[in-house]
Write a protein that binds this ligand. Structure first.
Ligand code: PLP
Length: 383
């Protein structure tokens, strides 16, 4: 109003009051510890980073060659459609190119789904302990989160897993979107083909269901099934995948969505121009071709995951079942102390307080050497 008011220092609260309703109540994504500071303190080679579910073996070497090839065209915009990569993905998954949307990481796609399909007063359903971005996307859109209780911690086969019956029961006429992660982060839990098909069959026609399958490549349980084969019969499904985890390209930020051509076309309306950069497009095409490398890195992850789970359990810790490249581990009332003591030894895990799982830490399955270093540090702390 007055000149004095306009000269005042405008702090976060001042700007928040002017933000859209959803953003007013939003808290930024928590990426975990300040790894940049830890790298400086311990040195990259001494730090054991097991907090972010990255692929510890890195991408196929073909990625680096593809990026080198791009270095002479950095002044050019990339293909705005990312058509070559989309064609490769279409061939890989046996779907039409029109069913694929590229994102700057699948995080971007999960946010855009909320932005496009949910607004103020709409409801979005997801599970407690579901991936953190589901809540962010809902809040950012100004929509109402219907958080469904997870399966109980003492559930016989899938503790803390998604309760698919509960999710169905939470759907109302106001529901626009349902987010599920299969397998889920941070729990590592999954659901099988029968449960998946029964779930999809019961979804009301007005609801869009998003299956976040960031870890699908790593799942090897005989009953695990991707929602991909259901796409042809159910046009109200969307699946998100990523190059950040199994393919080892977290630094390049590429994810993709698979869905009905109409859904993809509407999402295209909000996609930012050139949202996936040229080196990233080229590297993703290259790693898709190197199936041998992918299979080898998946095999190593499976072996190390099984071995690490046994080693941790032998130390009296509860390890939750996982079909991913991480383990949710219960450390009990001293979790924060254990975590800090591990950091002092240069071993970084992911705290789970933000998920309401303060007694647990999430442990990315590292290389064998990294896992050995984790266990040695742990023995110093709890031994
Ligand atoms: C890591 C992760 C993602 C996001 O990965 P991007 O790097 O943004 O592609 C999405 N969903 C889950 C469940 C994840 O764990």
């Amino acid at each position: 109003m007055s000149a004095i008011a306009s000269d005042a220092v405008r702090d976060e609260a001042w700007f928040a009051a002017r933000a859209s309703r959803g953003v007013q109540g939003l808290r930024a994504y928590d990426p975990g510890h300040d790894l940049v500071a830890f790298r400086r303190k311990f040195g990259v080679d001494n730090l054991v980073e097991l907090g972010s579910n990255e692929n510890p073996y890195g991408p196929s070497p073909a990625a680096r060659m593809a990026i080198l090839d791009q270095l002479h065209s950095l002044h050019r915009y990339p293909d705005p459609l990312g058509l070559d990569l989309k064609r490769a993905l279409a061939a890989r998954h046996g779907v039409e190119v029109e069913r694929i949307l590229l994102g700057n990481g699948s995080h971007e796609l999960l946010m855009q789904l909320g932005q496009v399909f949910a607004g103020e007063g709409d409801e979005v359903v997801f599970s407690r302990y579901g991936f953190a971005v589901f809540a962010l996307a809902t809040q950012c859109a100004g929509a109402i989160a219907r958080v469904v209780a997870a399966l109980p911690s003492d559930h016989a086969s899938m503790p803390l897993g998604h309760d698919l019956d509960g999710i169905i029961a939470a759907i109302t006429p106001a529901t626009k979107l349902v987010y599920v992660a299969n397998p889920n982060n941070p729990t590592g839990t999954w659901f099988g083909r029968e449960a998946l098909e029964a779930f999809v069959a019961r979804i009301p026609a007005h609801v869009i269901v998003v299956f976040d399958e960031a870890y699908a490549e790593m799942a090897d349980a005989p009953d695990y099934a991707s929602a991909l084969p259901l796409l042809a019969r159910h046009s109200n499904l969307a699946i998100t995948r990523t190059f950040s985890k199994a393919y080892g390209l977290a630094g390049l930020r590429v994810g993709y969505l698979l869905g009905a051509p109409g859904l993809v076309a509407v999402m295209e309306r909000v996609r930012e121009s050139f949202n996936v950069n040229g080196p990233a497009l080229a590297a993703c095409e290259a790693v898709l071709d190197d199936t041998e490398y992918l299979q080898e890195s998946l095999r190593r992850n499976r072996d190390e995951r099984a071995w690490l789970a046994v080693e941790l359990a032998q130390r009296g810790l509860r390890v939750f079942p996982s079909q991913t490249n991480f383990l949710l581990v219960e450390f009990g009332p001293n979790t924060a102390l254990v975590e800090a003591a591990l950091i002092a030894q240069g071993v970084v895990l992911r705290p789970m307080g933000g998920y309401g799982l303060g007694d647990c830490l999430r442990v990315t399955v590292g290389t064998h050497d990294e896992n050995v270093r984790l266990l040695a540090a742990l023995d110093q702390v709890i031994g």
